[in-house]
Unconditional design. Structure first.
Length: 255
């Protein structure tokens, strides 16, 4: 208990999946948490769960692809808690399509959330944290490290997050801001996004088994597996870690 005691953390896409798990773990370990999501009911439910356990939390409805929404969300967070120590850029979407099938409209939609949203978040986070220090954690993916023939836009977005993270980490370090920037690269995790992908397949049971088999440990991960990685990077335990890639993938990319 208390690994992030006294810190203020903001988690985008905090209403479901990895964001929800991260928000709940951060709160359990002592952080005040700003839960951001486009889905109000889900985000407010996470806030209610945190408050029921005795924690402090705030819900902010936010579309991460919109710069104005970032300004408003940060303003609300700082008004409520007076500081920001941790930003988890988790909000994201998926698109299963190869490079021939991906339309420009779908490409731009996915990029606006997965890459533009992270860029805007990093920019807003640096502004809020510089001088006092903090940790920015960007959710990339194993798909930001390797290619998949049927994830053209998703690969590109998550690869972009990986290198944006390194650029921002170097910039903040050289400016003496005290802001660390790192990326997390999950394998397949049992989130609504992955479950939705499985259910879209012709044989969901076979698809689920195939996903599990991709991981040498023999199963897909759980949201808390990523949440604990977020917790580590949010805490002072990782004070010498910046520009790094934390791969949590059951051995997927070791093959």
């Amino acid at each position: 208990m208390g690994r992030v005691e006294g810190k203020v953390a903001m988690v985008t896409g905090g209403g479901l999946g990895l964001g929800r798990a991260s928000a709940l773990l951060l709160a359990r370990e002592g952080a005040k948490v700003v839960v951001s999501d486009v889905k109000a009911a889900e985000g407010q439910a996470v806030v209610a769960e945190i408050e029921k356990a005795g924690g402090q939390a705030l819900f902010v409805q936010q579309d991460v692809s919109q710069e104005a929404d970032w300004a408003r969300a940060m303003e609300e967070a700082l008004r409520r808690f007076d500081r920001l120590d941790v930003l988890v850029n988790n909000a994201g979407v998926a698109l299963s399509a190869n490079v021939e099938e991906t339309t420009l409209e779908k490409w731009r939609w996915l990029m606006s959330i997965n890459l533009d949203g992270v860029f805007l978040g990093v920019k807003a986070g640096v502004k809020a944290m510089k001088g006092r220090g903090g940790s920015i954690i960007n959710l990339s993916s194993i798909e930001g490290l390797i290619g998949d023939p049927n994830l053209a836009a998703y690969n590109a977005s998550k690869g972009g997050v990986r290198l944006l993270t390194k650029s921002a980490a170097l910039y903040c370090a050289k400016q003496g801001y005290g802001v660390r920037v790192n990326s997390i690269h999950p394998g397949y995790i049992g989130t609504p996004m992955v479950k939705g992908y499985v259910e879209e397949q012709a044989d969901p049971a076979a698809a689920r088994a195939a996903l599990a088999a991709l991981h040498p440990l023999g199963h897909i991960g759980e949201p808390d597996d990523i949440g604990y990685g977020v917790l580590y990077l949010a805490s002072d335990e990782s004070k010498f870690v910046t520009g790094a890639e934390l791969v949590i993938d059951g051995g997927y990319t070791a093959q």
